[in-house]
Design a protein around this ligand. Structure first.
Ligand code: PHE
Length: 352
């Protein structure tokens, strides 16, 4: 500025600076651009600074007016900058909400839904079938006493029938008093102790035997037990009920066959088989060409058992049957070795 500059010139240029400054501020299109504009308008090399330099050349008495104009200009520009900055950052935030959005509902590269273990699935199907026939579900402990697992079921101490069930004893009570149940039949005793006939129950659960693992045996397995006690129950009811659940589970082409057998807690006792599901009775490798596969044991409740639980065997009769659930699963899904069911290999279970 020249030495002829007057105070009013400086005041006027300060005012003009506000005018043009506001325009540049409004024109700034981004926060970065606005930072640039701010440096130019208020920084060391700004026109405002030039006015401050020029103030020395005006009369001391007029310097106050120039100073005031400068201050007003700085304030006006600062305000305009702040307002624009607010507007720009709101716009930037809105834009980033649109562009940088993270879609948490978006799947990865695909995932598969799991499913129930095949034994659980058949377990539930069996429950459904029997509930459909009017039965209720009963439960008993996996760790049992000799009384429930053997004694009350008419296995006398030392009886050879006990030896058939390779028992796992637990270190509790007297020697050989507490054990892992070898079948679900002790639930029969518990139910009959707890309620009076009519009784229509099924009990499903884990059972244990000191068996060596092979294709069809596992020390831990599952059984279903059926118990029916009422007035006038006959062997015909047993045969009809077994046939009914086999039809319900496997369809009308699969039927039941009975052979005489022995269990201490049923009299008479039978073993029952069903038509081989693979060949429908024609004979194949699975059924050793017989057309039948053995399923389980059954019979009419022995009067000795009724006596042990205090039910009058003159008034009531009943039947019971039991079979292995894992075995049914193996048959249905063609699982050649039982260990495949329990190895926990997802690739195996996912096929079933
Ligand atoms: N509990 C017998 C077993 O495990 C099966 C069975 C149940 C037999 C009910 C008769 C009646 O071999």
């Amino acid at each position: 500025m020249s030495s002829t500059t007057t105070a009013s010139d400086l005041v006027a240029s300060a005012e003009a600076l506000v005018e043009t400054g506001r325009k540049t501020i409004a024109d700034a299109g981004s926060l970065a651009e606005l930072d640039d504009v701010e440096r130019k308008l208020l920084g060391k090399a700004s026109p405002l600074n030039e006015i401050r330099e020029a103030i020395k050349s005006v009369d001391a008495s007029e310097r106050g007016a120039v100073g005031q104009a400068m201050g007003a200009a700085r304030e006006a520009l600062t305000e305009a900058l702040a307002a624009r900055r607010g507007g720009l950052s709101a716009a930037a935030r809105a834009a980033s909400l649109v562009h940088d959005r993270l879609d948490l509902t978006l799947g990865g590269s695909g995932y598969r839904r799991g499913h129930m273990h095949p034994v659980t699935r058949i377990w539930r199907e069996l429950e459904d079938v029997f509930v459909g026939l009017g039965y209720t579900i009963a439960e008993g402990p996996e760790v049992e006493t000799d009384w429930y697992n053997f004694e009350a079921l008419n296995f006398p101490p030392g009886h050879p029938a006990r030896a058939m069930q390779d028992t796992l004893y637990v270190k509790l009570g007297k020697p050989e008093e507490v054990l892992l149940r070898t079948h679900t039949s002790p639930v029969q005793v518990r139910v009959m102790e707890a309620r009076r006939p009519p009784i229509y129950v099924v009990a499903l659960g884990r059972t244990f035997r000191r068996d060596t693992l092979d294709a069809r045996h596992s020390p831990v397995f599952h059984q279903i037990e059926c118990l029916t006690v009422d007035r006038g129950i006959t062997l015909g009811d047993l045969l009809g009920t077994v046939e009914a659940f086999i039809h319900a589970l496997f369809g009308p082409n699969i039927s039941a066959r009975f052979n005489p057998s022995f269990f201490p807690f049923t009299e008479p006792s039978v073993e029952f088989s069903m038509t081989c599901v693979f060949c429908e009775g024609a004979g194949c490798a699975v059924c050793s060409r017989t057309g039948w596969v053995e399923l389980g044991g059954a019979g009419m409740v022995d009067p000795k058992v009724f006596e042990a639980v205090g039910i009058d065997s003159e008034e009531f009769t009943g039947f019971a049957f039991g079979f292995g659930i894992d075995r049914v699963v193996q048959l249905l899904y063609g699982v050649d070795h039982v260990k495949n069911l329990w190895d926990g290999d997802v690739r195996f279970a996912a096929q079933l």
